[in-house]
Write a protein that binds this ligand. Structure first.
Ligand SMILES: NC(=O)c1ccc[n+]([C@@H]2O[C@H](COP(=O)([O-])OP(=O)(O)OC[C@H]3O[C@@H](n4cnc5c(N)ncnc54)[C@H](OP(=O)(O)O)[C@@H]3O)[C@@H](O)[C@H]2O)c1
Length: 348
């Protein structure tokens, strides 16, 4: 079987593990899959479908015969390694924020701007957006096509897995400590996260917004339309997996809630669950492990001209990271790269 040699860098992390399982689930055409992490993890085992791979060290790995590297090892690792990997002719699909705003690096959500992937040739790097941006633009794109979005006001409710595996462990440990009446000392988050919410994600910017909020603005402009104005409030909540967003949109042209519901029902990547009764909407608990961007609570906002409000939920480790990266790899495999003859199958 011909296929691509794919490396997953950051294979022991939240996103890397999900990338391996999605590559297997979607039967991405691989000739070989290599799991990479830091030198601390050499020999550590991770699953790829029903196989087990042993991790190798990213720093010692030679990428010259690897076609695609799905990178989820953080921004500083990506800044250092991605250009070197790209120079070997291996296309990096990076999950960190290191390359997203580089004008020579396409920032891709396949449902929205798959065509821009061809720009990978400048640096052999493609960026995956921030998890909150990915699900937002999947929901906005079909509505923008219909009625042109002028302004978006969004509040996010982001799960702890978006901050990595240490953050996931911190919610678990703090929740246990609350029940055992033990002392809670926040480490990964600036305040206690168990049974609390924290209106602060990433660093503060000079104007009082946070970098997470800024990312939602600039990434939405780059992926969807530079004319869209957007203001965000990003909040961490004690949910393990699944980001939720309360989204208010002002359009240039009129659009009703019924029209929006019909458009979203057939839009790629979207799933509408919206009956106006208790439980007739999606929560992150139900979205975890799923691929769709769920849209609920679609209603008109009469306080502005042509206004709509929505509730958008998705699995941040999947559409927000690993699934989107694998979908980008599928675009490359379909339109831009040629699969080589079989090599050794499945390193490990
Ligand atoms: N979680 C999300 O929802 C989400 C969404 C979008 C983007 N992202 C981005 O994806 C990246 C990974 O996130 P995550 O949540 O998976 O983090 P994580 O669970 O903390 O995992 C980090 C991974 O990076 C590896 N790593 C760390 N330093 C390394 C080095 N020097 N060389 C090679 N590998 C190294 C770790 O390997 P060891 O186990 O060996 O340390 C681990 O596999 C981040 O850039 C994050 O911003 C995450």
């Amino acid at each position: 079987m011909s296929g691509f040699k794919v490396a997953v860098a950051g294979a022991t992390g939240n996103v890397g593990r999900e990338m391996l399982s999605i590559l297997a689930e979607r039967r991405f055409p691989v000739s070989e899959v290599v799991a990479l992490a830091s030198s601390r993890s050499i020999g550590k085992e991770v699953s790829f479908g029903d196989r087990t791979l042993k991790c190798k060290a990213l720093e010692n790995y030679d990428f010259s015969d690897t076609d695609i590297c799905l990178m989820s090892a953080g921004g500083s690792v990506s800044k250092d390694f991605s250009p070197k990997i790209g120079a070997k002719g291996c296309v990096v699909i990076d999950n960190s924020s290191a390359w997203r705003m580089d004008p020579d690096v396409p920032l891709i959500v396949p449902e929205v701007n798959a065509d821009a992937a061809r720009g990978f040739v400048s640096k052999y790097i493609i960026a995956n957006p921030n998890c909150s941006t990915a699900q937002l633009v999947v929901a906005l794109k079909p509505l923008h096509d219909r009625a042109r979005i002028r302004r978006v006001v969004v509040a996010t409710y982001q799960s702890v897995s978006g901050a990595g595996k240490e953050a996931t462990d911190e919610l678990f440990a703090q929740s246990k400590a609350v029940f055992q009446a033990d002392e809670i000392v926040p480490k990964k988050f600036p305040k206690r996260i168990a049974f609390n919410v924290i209106p602060h994600i990433d660093v503060f910017m000079e104007d009082g917004t946070t970098k997470e909020e800024w990312k939602m603005l600039v990434e939405t402009k780059k992926i969807l339309d530079p004319k869209i104005r957007l203001t965000a409030t990003c909040v961490r909540v004690p949910v393990f997996i699944g980001h939720s967003e309360a989204v208010n949109i002002e359009f240039e042209q009129p659009i009703t809630a019924d029209e929006a519901r019909d458009i979203l029902r057939t839009a790629p990547g979207c799933l509408v669950i919206d009956s106006r009764e208790p439980g007739g909407y999606v929560t992150p608990y139900e979205a975890a492990g799923e691929d769709a961007t769920y849209i609920s609570r679609i209603r008109e906002d009469a306080t502005v001209e042509n206004g709509l409000s929505l509730w958008v939920v998705s699995d941040n480790l999947r559409k927000g990271a690993a699934l989107n990266a694998v979908q980008i790899a599928e675009v490359l495999a379909r339109d831009h790269l040629r699969a080589a003859a079989p090599r050794r199958r499945f390193a490990g």
